[in-house]
Design a protein around this ligand. Structure first.
Ligand code: SF4
Length: 65
């Protein structure tokens, strides 16, 4: 199963990822992304990959098959 990772130091809190996939991403009180889950279900993969691509600072990535 694919997994999603976040570079918390790179995140600038733009929240594009939350808009794209709110079951996977949230923003904490400091404006940093929070991963609500790390394993990406097959049926969610396309949506999550689009959310990852929408990050303006490339702080997210999907790994695995
Ligand atoms: S889109 Fe990128 S910069 Fe914005 S909250 Fe998500 S991870 Fe952070």
């Amino acid at each position: 199963m694919a997994a999603v990772e976040a570079d918390l130091g790179a995140c600038q809190g733009y929240a594009n990822c939350v808009v794209g996939a709110d079951r996977y991403f949230d923003i904490d009180d400091d404006g940093v992304v929070v991963l609500l889950r790390t394993e990406v279900a097959d049926e969610d993969r396309r949506r999550v990959e689009e959310a990852v691509r929408s990050c303006p600072v490339s702080a997210l990535r999907v790994t695995g098959a």
